[in-house]
Design a protein around this ligand. Structure first.
Ligand code: FAD
Length: 402
């Protein structure tokens, strides 16, 4: 089996790499706020056909013919250059594909392009204090009064609610209906009167997620995605994209490369740690899992590009489950290598960083995040249930009454 890229793809990689030399921006553009710089560079990537390849041009994407290898090369090169490409934010990665699939034309036109560019930011309002894994138990009410929904209740664990312009969320609109059938999927302006956001402090020291309280918050009737009472089905579409995002092998690639560097920079028994047989053994195992994750990612891309829905579910769940397990394993080894330095508490900035990159605090923070990420978007046990039931056809788990 020859796993080398053909000449065409080698040339394509060189072309992408050359383009990426334009990041970070230089000259006058380097003086712009970072967010503005990211928007500009992302737009250039869209023009070149590298970014948002599967979104139509009419909605701000670059509408390219599906090509799994090109896709993979682009992701790898963007990750290597730490350049702003397909955004990992909840809006571009979760809401925009959902609107493309199930939104009205007016919703697509209004929201998708600015969301992809990063001009409108979003948070996801699903979980509540009594509704996490058992999400359909959610109680936050939305009542249709004239041409507006009036919302009352309480969401929790809402990542970036404090920065977001809008929320996409699930609300109970049919309280008498069976629990999965009484839910609608609404878009809510986070500046609307009656919204109160209280930050929650995480063990990393950062406050990325929040509680959100709704006191007679109004949102226009047309801000419903899908039909009234069918929000559960719409939410499945969004969650599908979230799970895909969480197992992102590019993040893992950066973390793994940082881990290798750390093994070179630290010592064991007076020699570079990377020469220690037990460390090499663990690194080799991690690399094996990491490579299988990358190939699973390629299978997922292939199935998605071919619209083979039935073949998507297993690699998608595997990516989330094994991606988050692997991240825990990588960070655990990093803390072993850092020895006493792993006890240094991360600073607030280190607590809200991206992939770990050298400083002990970023590793400690990522070790903590790795545990949290195993829960976000559906805890690992829930992923195992889904793999068992939907991909392997095992008998269904016991369910609470509907
Ligand atoms: C970092 C992070 C970011 C998040 N961001 C958001 C966000 O932006 N928006 C949002 O809406 N939510 C968000 N969440 C919430 C997340 O979706 C929930 O935490 C998750 O679904 C689990 O729900 P829970 O916390 O209520 O735990 P529970 O549902 O109470 O689960 C507790 C434990 O029981 C196990 N368990 C539960 N049911 C079963 C079962 N049927 N079979 C086997 N085991 C089971 C779980 O695996 C888990 O180990 C975030 C969470 C984290 C950690």
């Amino acid at each position: 089996m020859n796993l080398e890229y053909s000449e065409e793809y080698v040339a394509f990689r060189a072309e992408v790499r050359e383009f990426l030399q334009g990041w970070p921006l230089t000259g006058d553009e380097a003086q712009l706020p970072v967010h503005e710089q990211e928007i500009r560079f992302r737009r250039r990537g869209i023009e070149r056909g590298y970014v948002y390849r599967n979104f139509p041009r009419a909605y701000g994407g670059s509408e390219q013919t599906p090509d799994v290898l090109r896709e993979r090369i682009i992701r790898e090169e963007y990750a290597e250059a730490s350049a702003p490409g397909d955004s990992a934010g909840q809006g571009p990665s979760m809401l925009a594909p959902t609107l493309l699939e199930l939104g009205t034309e007016a919703q697509r036109e209004r929201f998708i392009a600015p969301t992809l560019a990063g001009e409108i930011s979003w948070c996801q309002g699903y979980s509540e204090p009594g509704a996490g894994s058992d999400l359909a138990s959610l109680q936050t009410r939305a009542e249709l009064q004239g041409d507006e929904w009036v919302i009352n209740g309480h969401k929790i664990w809402t990542t970036t609610a404090h920065e977001a312009d809008f929320m996409f969320g699930l609300f109970r609109t049919e309280p008498q209906a069976p629990k999965h059938a009484g839910i609608s999927y609404l878009l809510v302006d986070m500046k609307a009167p009656g919204i109160e956001i209280r930050p929650l402090r995480e063990m990393t020291g950062a406050s990325m997620f929040n509680e959100v309280f709704f006191d007679n918050v109004r949102t226009p009737a047309e801000n419903i995605v899908g039909k009234r009472g069918e929000g559960w089905q719409v939410s499945r579409a969004t969650l599908k994209h979230e799970r895909n995002l969480i197992g992102d092998p590019n993040f893992m690639r950066r973390a793994y490369l940082s881990l290798l560097q750390l093994a070179r920079d630290t010592t064991r028994n007076g020699r570079p740690a990377i020469e220690d047989p037990s460390i090499r053994q663990e690194l080799a195992q991690i690399e094996g899992f990491f490579m299988s994750l990358e190939y699973t990612g390629a299978r997922l891309l292939t199935a998605t590009a071919r619209n083979e829905e039935a073949k998507v579910i297993l690699p998608m769940m595997t990516m989330k489950l094994y991606g988050t397990d692997l991240r825990q394993r990588i960070t655990r080894l990093a803390l072993d290598l850092l020895e006493n330095r792993s006890l240094i508490a991360p600073t607030e900035e280190e607590g809200s960083h991206g992939a770990p990159e050298g400083r002990p605090g970023t590793w400690t923070a990522d070790y903590m995040s790795a545990i949290a990420i195993s829960i976000a978007g559906g805890a690992s046990n829930i992923q195992r249930n889904i793999i068992g039931e939907r991909a392997l056809g095992l008998p269904r788990d016991l369910r609470t009454p509907k």
